[in-house]
Write a protein that binds this ligand. Structure first.
Ligand code: SF4
Length: 696
């Protein structure tokens, strides 16, 4: 007879976690009570009772005291129960399955957003009671499509499921609900542990003559599992443990498939497998006995009077050690799964993501947990920022206990990958990219996938005064030291010095290949000195002398330029040998005379300042750098002996432009004509006033 154990059978991660929390509580000491049986399995509950975990139905049954505490089972409880426990001063250990907690969060949030809530499940199941408690007991619990059809039409409907329900049934219920709401939000909260056990049971049912489903009759997921098995058409037997295997159930059976609900402990599965081995051995003995008897009869027939005592081929019952071995072997063979060891890197699929942990299906009987601190090299507030349900990820095994608790790390895999790559880059002398994250004594910290150190002397190819300016910048580096050390942490030292120098040389070469006198180039004011400013032309620096800054006289370069200013400059002269570049800014600016030519016209009357007096007239400044001459003959409409008789230096006067000579940069001005025009205007005004009086 062949016996096969389903790949996924027995304790799920949630139940295993709850039992572990209870066992740890028992070890801590004090009086611990579970609110309701910790799991729906009497054998497990009795076992825990033996360790001091007493199930109670109500908090009131617990005699309060400093040493008393309550364990919330994997099904969870309504929030008011936790509050009551607090008010009674009880210690609390919350073993609610994280997947159930997620349902609580969903319904609470839906309720907050004004949705009517439907829970597909069994109203009397403690998990469902707890779920409704998390939405102020306002949820409608329905158990079938018929019940779904009886609901009234609403605006907004949110739908969740009891975690252990059947997926097909849930979809049918959702289908029935669709026409009953204008807006409907559906959350598939069915636990994959249940689905995986059902799938694994279907797989091993192929070719089996009998399926044995192990689990307590009170267990909802065991009942669903048994129903699934029956649906395969294979004869199905649901029993609590090995003692319930009917003596005659294996007659005529050549292949037995065994599965177990999520609340069935390993030891019950082991007992049943042992019993199967016994049956197998027994039936083997019987076969051998039958064969021996046949041979004896034959021999008897052949040897007539000679009676030969046939040796009984009775096999020794397997001792405990052999049974253990057989169980382990069978379990491994049946599950076709090799238990990974600490430090092994394996692949897994994310099946649940919470803020503080991620549950991963790694192909074993139980799911693994990655705590948030083991999720990433970077600091994040929630695991939801990193992975999604369905993602396939690589994880390192930190712990894989026989009891099925699996602790994983994604961060350690990421660390190894980053270190492998950095080691490769270091050996090859490759360039790596990183972001400067902060300053420390003597340098900067750089994120290159891992935190690396950049000494201050390696930031540039020269001294750097202000290291803060690099924070937040993404730059390129070379790794100059790389020490991989698991215990004390790996040390990575970076440098930019060489890269900066190389880049400067490249830009300089490119600059001298392309630069020509007469070009206009964009530049950035790098440094200001008394005699000018050094302009970075993107690879090389040129000097902009103070005399080349503007057409007018500039007292100091800082009067018109600041370090960091972006300006255009004219390439005035190049000295390839000495590698010097002379620049001009004023070449690109209009001269005062060019501006004056556009601004002033003959006949214009403008204001000017007398700047100098000569025997033949007075010089008047119209704009900085633009002077005109009022000849002595144009100073007044009478004969002027000396210009000083009419004007004085710094006096503001009105003058008329009477000639412009752009070639010789000369402007002829007249005071006399301004006066004549004023007088003419006055006469005109007088005559007009007279005319108006006569008319009146
Ligand atoms: S069946 Fe799923 S939801 Fe229920 S306790 Fe187990 S892991 Fe949690």
């Amino acid at each position: 007879m062949q016996t096969r154990l389903a790949r996924n059978a027995g304790f799920c991660a949630g139940v295993r976690r709850a039992v572990k929390i209870a066992e740890e509580a028992a070890q801590e000491g004090g009086r611990w009570y579970s609110l309701g049986p910790l799991v729906h399995n009497d054998a497990v509950v009795d076992n825990l009772k033996g360790k001091g975990i007493i199930p109670v139905n109500r908090l009131e049954e617990i005699q309060v005291g400093e040493d008393a505490g309550v364990i919330i089972r994997s099904h969870g409880v309504p929030p008011e129960t936790i509050e009551q426990a607090r008010q009674r001063g009880l210690g609390i250990k919350d073993a609610t399955c994280p997947l159930v907690t997620r349902v609580h969060e969903i319904v609470a949030s839906l309720r907050g957003e004004g949705y009517e809530i439907v829970v597909f499940g069994d109203a009397s199941h403690p998990e469902v009671k707890a779920i409704t408690g998390w939405c102020d007991n306002q949820a409608r619990v329905i158990a079938s499509v018929d019940e779904a059809c009886q609901l009234q039409v609403v605006d907004k409907l949110g739908v969740v499921s009891q975690t252990t329900k059947d997926g097909e049934e849930f979809y049918a219920v959702v289908n029935a609900l669709l026409p009953l709401a204008k807006e409907i939000r559906v959350f598939n909260t069915i636990c994959s542990a249940t689905q995986k056990r059902q799938q694994a049971a279907r797989e091993i049912s192929l070719g089996a003559d009998l399926i044995i489903v192990l689990g307590d009759p009170k267990s909802s997921n065991t009942a669903t599992l048994a129903r699934e098995c029956k649906n395969t058409g294979v004869k199905t037997l649901q029993i609590r443990d090995a003692s319930e295997i009917p003596a005659d159930c294996l007659s005529g059976v050549s292949a037995v498939a065994i599965t177990a609900g999520a609340s069935t402990p390993d030891w019950i599965i082991k007992e049943v497998l042992d019993r199967m081995t016994e049956f197998e051995e027994k039936s083997q003995q019987e076969l051998e006995q039958e064969a021996t008897s046949e041979q004896d009869i034959k021999k008897e027939e052949e040897t007539t009077n000679e009676v030969v005592g046939a040796e009984e081929a009775v096999g020794q019952p397997a001792n405990e050690e052999e049974r253990e071995e057989s169980f382990a072997k069978m379990e491994a063979e049946m599950a076709d799964f090799e238990t990974p060891g600490r430090g092994d890197i394996i692949k897994g699929t994310v099946i649940q993501v919470q803020d503080d942990e991620v549950m991963v299906d790694v192909g074993g009987k139980s799911e693994g947990i990655i705590p948030l601190r083991e999720m990433s090299l970077k600091d994040v507030n929630s695991a939801k920022e990193l992975v999604n349900v369905g993602d396939e990820i690589e994880v390192m095994v930190l712990k894989w206990d026989d009891d099925g608790s699996i602790l994983l790390s994604k961060k350690k895999v990421d660390t190894q990958k980053v270190l492998d790559k950095l080691s490769e880059d270091f050996n090859a002398g490759s360039i790596v990219e990183g972001t400067v994250t902060g300053t420390v004594k003597g340098g900067l910290l750089v994120d290159v996938g891992m935190v690396a150190f950049l000494p201050a002397s390696h930031v540039e190819d020269g001294y750097v005064k202000n290291l803060e300016q690099y924070i937040g910048k993404t730059l390129q580096f070379k790794i100059i030291e790389f020490n991989r050390n698991k215990r004390r942490g790996s040390q990575i030292v970076l440098s930019r010095k060489e890269l900066v120098a190389e880049e400067k040389n490249r830009l300089k070469k490119e600059f001298w290949e392309n630069i020509e006198e007469g070009q206009t180039r964009p530049g950035r004011v790098k440094r200001i000195v008394d005699y000018g400013a050094f302009i970075d032309l993107g690879g090389y620096e040129g000097l902009l002398h103070v005399s080349e800054m503007e057409h007018r006289r500039v007292e100091h370069p800082s009067d018109i330029l600041n370090e960091g200013d972006e300006i255009d400059v004219y390439i005035l002269a190049l000295d390839h040998e000495k590698e010097r570049v002379s620049l001009s800014r004023k070449k690109l600016l209009k001269s005062p005379w060019e501006i004056a030519q556009e601004k002033y016209h003959e006949g214009d009357i403008v204001e000017g300042t007398v700047v100098r007096i000569a025997p033949f007239g007075a010089f008047v400044e119209l704009d900085p750098g633009v002077d005109g001459l009022v000849h002595i003959s144009q100073m007044a409409n009478y004969r002027v002996e000396k210009p000083e008789d009419v004007v004085s230096v710094n006096e503001q006067i009105n003058i008329k432009i009477i000639s412009i000579d752009p070639e010789d940069k000369r402007i002829g001005l007249s005071i006399k004509q301004v006066q004549e025009e004023e007088e003419a205007t006055e006469v005109q005004q007088y005559l007009e006033e007279q005319d108006n009086e006569e008319v009146e």
